[in-house]
Design a protein around this ligand. Structure first.
Ligand code: ADP
Length: 226
């Protein structure tokens, strides 16, 4: 599904070079729920950004679904992101003036679905995350956990080949965080490949595999289930 070969990422500010990723090799299989763990500053978000085509590594190779991502044009990359990848961010990134169901419909409409079908799919996605009773609420009328569930529903409604979640529980209390992880696991059980960054071990026990990052390198990995 995704194959990362010797990825390096160096930031250059004037004379100062910061080597953030120092040669990452990683294979993720279809249907995996992978956690990327490590302390703050280890390079987790940077790695996620390279794999999810939100940034470009200094060197290395990334294959997703057989496509050599770094050889694509800017336009092709944008289309690949829009059509094939799903994103969940720690701050939910919902549009504040739109309701839950409208937030999910927007990217579907952008992909050319007609309004009725987009609405049907958005409502199904909200039902999947247990929010059928919150269809017409604005983000400001939802708790943090509910907003994050809307953002997961928005990503999953696009039927992405990989769902990337960057610290999805960072702004939530432990009850809401556990709920979010349960929702992700349920989605994963239906076959969705998920790659999640977290620095909290307690939220990794539903994953298949954990890779530990330290100072820009994978230092070990742990397999929890096949
Ligand atoms: P994590 O997600 O594990 O907390 P990050 O990937 O966010 O770590 O950052 C890893 C390191 O890269 C940090 O030391 C950070 O300061 C550095 N870094 C991130 N972005 C930049 C940048 N644009 N320029 C220079 N250094 C950066």
């Amino acid at each position: 599904m995704i194959s990362v070969k010797n990825i390096k990422k160096t930031y250059t500010n004037g004379d100062i070079e910061t080597h953030v990723l120092k040669g990452i090799n990683l294979e993720v299989k279809t249907g995996e729920f992978l956690a990327i763990m490590g302390k703050s500053g280890a390079g987790k978000s940077t790695l996620m950004y390279q794999m999810s085509i939100l940034d470009e590594p200094t060197s290395g190779e990334i294959l997703i679904d057989g496509v050599d991502i770094l050889s694509l044009s800017i336009k092709e990359k944008t289309e690949f992101r829009l059509n094939k990848l799903g994103y969940v961010f720690q701050d939910y990134a919902l549009l504040p003036e739109l309701t839950a169901v409208e937030n999910i419909m927007i990217p579907l409409l952008m992909r050319g679905l007609d309004t009725d079908l987009a609405k049907k799919r958005a409502m199904e996605a909200l039902a999947d995350v247990g929010l059928s009773h919150r269809l017409n609420n604005l983000p400001s009328q939802l708790s943090g956990g509910e907003q994050q569930r809307v953002s997961i529903a928005r990503a999953v409604a696009q039927d992405p080949i990989i769902l990337f979640a960057d610290e999805p529980t960072a702004n939530l209390d432990s009850v809401s965080s556990t709920h979010i992880i349960d929702v992700l696991r349920e989605i994963n059980k239906r076959g969705q490949t998920i790659i999640m960054v977290t620095h909290e071990k307690e939220y990794t026990h539903k994953c298949n595999r954990i890779i530990y990052l330290e100072d820009g390198l994978i230092i070990r990995e742990e397999r929890l289930r096949d």
